[in-house]
Design a protein around this ligand. Structure first.
Ligand code: NAD
Length: 283
C-alpha cells in the first residue's frame, strides 16, 4: 500500500508546491518540467522547496521524452502541467508507455473531466488514472478532491486516499467525474461573479475584498488576492473547459464569459503573483 517514490510533472505554481509538500513528508520526489523554473518562481509558488531539498530532485530537461525512464520506479506520478486537454493527453500517451504496472497517474486538473484525459488509452492504464485536485497553496490547503470512475482500480484509489490522508494530512473528498467536480463547479463562478460585479458596481478591488473576503472566510487574500495567487492566466482555461463540459442549456453557461479586463491583464503580463503582479501589486 505504500508510496515510496513520487514524480511531479510541471514545476509551476501547483507542481512545485505539491512536490515540496510531499518531499517534506519524507518521500523522495522527482520534479520535471520542460523549462527551467527560476528559484524566484519556485519561491513565489511556495517557500517549501527550500526546506528539505534532500528529498526533492528537479529535472528540467527541455525535452521531457529523454527523462521518461526516470519515472519507471515511481509509485505515483502527478501531472500538474498547463490546463490544456491536448497537451495533457499527449503526456498521458507517453506515461502509458513507461508507468510501472501498479503505479498510479493522477492529474491536478481544475476542470478537465477524467474521462477526457484518458480517452483512447489502454484500459489498464486508464484504471490507474485519477484526478487528485490539490488546492493552492498545496502545503496549507487541507482540502483534496479525488475524482475517480467506476472503472478505477479500487486498490489504487485506496492507496492514494490513504497516503494523502495519513501522510499529507489532507481532508480527502471523493468527487464524481462531473464538470468542475465539486469545488470548482462553485468556486470559479464565485470568483468570476465577484469580478463582474465589482466592475459593474465601480468598486475597487480593496473595497470588494473587504466585503467578500473576510466575511466569507478568506481573510488573508480576499477573492481578488486569491485570483492573483491562483494565476489570472488559468481563468480562461478553466472557463473554456467548463463551457466545453457543461451540458447545453446549463444556467452556469451564461456566467462563463471572461471579463475583457482579464484578457488584457494576461496579454500584458499581469498574471498575478507569478507575473508582474495582478489585481494587487507585488511588493
Ligand atoms: P503553471 O502555469 O504555473 O505551471 C505549469 C507548468 O507546466 C509550467 O512550469 C510549464 O513549463 C509546465 N509544462 C507545460 N507543459 C508541459 C509538459 N508537456 N511537460 C512538462 N511540463 C510542462 O500552472 P499551475 O497553476 O501550476 O497549474 C497546473 C495544473 O494545476 C493545471 O491543470 C491547473 O488547472 C491545476 N490547478 C491550478 C491551481 C492554481 O491555483 N493555480 C489550483 C488547482 C489546480
Amino acid at each position: 500500500m505504500d508510496i515510496h517514490k513520487v514524480a511531479v510533472i510541471g514545476a509551476g505554481v501547483m507542481g512545485a508546491g505539491i512536490a515540496a509538500h510531499i518531499a517534506n513528508a519524507g518521500i523522495p520526489v522527482l520534479l520535471l518540467d520542460i523549462t527551467t523554473p527560476t528559484l524566484d518562481k519556485l519561491l513565489k509558488a511556495d517557500p517549501a522547496p527550500l526546506m528539505h531539498p534532500k528529498n526533492a530532485r528537479l529535472i528540467t530537461p527541455g525535452n521531457i521524452d529523454d527523462h521518461l525512464a526516470a519515472l519507471r520506479d515511481c509509485d505515483w506520478i502527478i501531472e500538474a502541467i498547463v490546463e490544456n486537454l491536448a497537451i495533457k493527453q499527449e503526456l498521458y500517451r507517453k506515461l502509458a508507455t513507461v508507468r510501472r504496472a501498479d503505479a498510479v497517474v493522477s492529474s491536478n486538473t481544475s476542470s478537465i473531466p477524467l474521462h477526457e484525459l484518458i480517452a483512447g488509452l489502454p484500459d489498464d492504464f486508464a484504471a490507474h488514472c485519477m484526478i487528485t485536485h490539490f488546492f493552492n497553496p498545496p502545503r496549507y490547503m487541507r482540502l483534496l478532491e479525488i475524482v475517480s470512475r467506476a472503472q478505477t482500480d479500487q486498490d489504487a484509489l485506496a492507496k492514494i486516499s490513504y497516503f494523502c490522508d495519513h501522510k499529507l494530512g489532507k481532508g480527502v473528498v471523493t468527487a464524481n467525474d462531473t464538470p468542475g467536480f465539486i469545488a470548482n463547479r462553485i468556486g470559479i463562478f464565485w470568483i468570476q461573479t465577484a469580478i463582474h460585479e465589482a466592475i459593474a458596481l465601480g468598486l475597487t478591488v480593496e473595497e470588494a475584498d473587504a466585503v467578500i473576503g473576510k466575511p466569507m472566510g478568506i481573510p488573508k487574500t480576499g477573492v481578488f488576492g486569491l485570483s492573483d495567487l491562483v494565476g489570472i492566466d488559468l481563468m480562461p482555461h478553466l472557463m473554456h473547459s467548463m463551457k466545453h463540459s457543461l451540458p447545453a442549456g446549463d444556467a452556469l453557461l451564461e456566467k462563463a464569459n471572461i471579463p475583457p479586463v482579464i484578457q488584457t491583464m494576461i496579454d500584458t503580463g499581469y498574471t498575478g503573483r507569478k507575473g508582474k503582479g495582478g489585481f494587487y501589486r507585488l511588493n
